[in-house]
Design a protein around this ligand. Structure first.
Ligand code: FAD
Length: 404
């Protein structure tokens, strides 16, 4: 019997395999992944794992026995090509796996720094377990690190490096940290928080080159002509979705593998999920591509449900979290860059939320150390939220009363 082949054994690929079995699928399930070892979680790589508080066993999604018990075959190999006409996926080395259905869960890869000196030793990225191990080793000796990019990964890494006692400089081209993801108010809070941790945060600073000696990086040059000394450099300037396999097979690609509301590609025998996918969402205009555990997991569950006879359009509420030092940022919904921001609570208390509204309608909630606001947001945004900006701003107003 030809079964289901899943390409990419990360968060989404693993979840698809597990959910297929949970839903009673009895045919063969094969999980093809190019990384060695068992599927693991990436979030701890820039948090507990980087700090040294977790080992590989703690971040693996399941122990080896789970895959044996559930008859999920893991193939550690890179998928090189899809032969859609023959419904086969060709692996490195030439072996071809037939499929009745294929799920693409190829994720994303780091965007390389596009400046001279990028090939120097001592320049690190953080996506994989292997990347994290290399960085962790480097953290044991070196003192001065320059982080390029004040996105989630750059700031999470910066927080860990400060905790471990390193001198940390973060260089960001935009005028504020986390600019693509959160409100200006939340960016300002995180800028202050990192500065008070002792990190030097340079905003509006473009990197024009890496300086080196004897093949090793020694500094980062910015557009203002300054050179920031570095024993090593960590680059976190975003990712590129892994769409090549799909594109070469003739599937539609537009900043992600394009899927419909059921997460099916234009080939009904191929679905796609996770970081690699651009999908239609009621929380956005046009197609969105999200990079989060929630997105990969819920999309995997939706495809597994469809393949086992319970189809439904994918409609999950997007949510995300980031841990930086003792600050837990949680976000739910999707805000546009110009959405209004309404503060609930006092940022100085390090426990507050920013409610985002567009034309008076709630679009997202960003919370710091206020999990109850976040959880409420998940429930509100699953339906049609009725909360007003005035209610959001008024801490004496019981948010729970909105749930009826
Ligand atoms: P991935 O988990 O990246 O898995 C894709 C896999 O496919 C990879 O192993 C890749 O090597 C493999 N692959 C690609 N092409 C092929 C091929 N041709 N053949 C075989 N294998 C292939 N999200 C949150 O929600 N909260 C967080 O706090 C958070 N922190 C993060 C911290 C870090 C350091 C990183 C890197 C990510 C973090 N994320 C976080 C994002 C989250 O991990 C991703 O959104 C999630 O892993 C996406 O799942 P995925 O299955 O789409 O891709």
């Amino acid at each position: 019997q030809e079964g289901i082949v899943i390409v990419g054994a990360g968060q989404g690929g693993f979840q698809a395999a597990a959910s297929l079995r949970e839903a009673g699928f009895t045919g063969p399930v094969t999980l093809v992944g190019e990384e060695p070892g068992l599927p693991y979680q990436r979030p701890p790589l820039s948090k507990a794992y980087m700090k040294g508080d977790a080992g590989i066993e703690q971040i693996e999604l399941r122990p080896a026995a789970f895959f044996a018990d559930h008859d999920i075959q893991i193939v550690n190999a890179r998928a090189e090509a899809i032969d859609r006409a023959a419904q086969r996926v060709v692996l490195e080395g030439g072996e071809a796996l037939p499929y009745a259905h294929m799920i693409l869960a190829t994720g994303a890869r780091n965007r390389p720094l596009p400046v001279p000196g990028r090939e120097l030793a001592g320049v690190y990225y953080l996506r994989s377990h292997a990347d994290a191990d290399a960085l962790r080793e480097r953290l044991e000796g070196a003192r001065r690190v320059v982080v390029i990019g004040a996105g989630f990964i750059g700031l999470e890494f910066a927080a860990v490096a400060r905790t471990l006692g390193h001198e940390v400089t973060v260089i960001e081209a935009a005028a504020r940290p986390l600019a693509r993801a959160v409100s200006p108010e939340m960016s300002a809070f995180f800028a202050d928080a990192h500065t008070s941790m002792g990190t030097s945060l340079l905003l509006g600073a473009g990197v024009i080159g890496l300086i080196g000696a004897a093949g090793h990086v020694t500094g980062v040059e910015t557009t203002d002509g300054m050179v920031h000394p570095a024993d090593f450099v960590v680059v976190g300037i975003g990712v590129t979705p892994n769409v090549e396999l799909a594109a070469e097979a003739g599937l539609e690609v537009a900043n992600g593998i394009v899927v419909d509301a059921h997460l099916s590609t234009m080939d009904p025998a191929i679905s796609a999920i996770g970081d690699a996918v651009a999908y239609p969402s009621r929380f956005a205009d046009g197609l969105v591509r999200l990079e989060s555990v929630q997105n990969a997991v819920d999309q995997a569950k939706a495809v597994a449900a469809r393949l086992t006879g319970r189809p439904a359009p994918y409609a999950a509420v997007p949510w995300f979290w980031s841990d930086q030092s003792d600050l837990k940022l949680q976000m739910v919904g999707l805000a546009g860059p110009t959405d209004d921001a309404v503060l609930r609570g006092d940022p100085a208390s390090r426990r507050f939320s920013v409610f985002r509204f567009r034309d008076g309608v709630l679009t997202a909630i960003e919370s710091v150390n206020r999990p109850a606001d976040h959880m409420l947001g998940r429930r509100l945004l699953a339906g049609t939220p009725t909360i007003t900006p005035e209610q959001a701003a008024d801490e004496s107003f019981e948010l729970k009363s909105l749930l009826g």
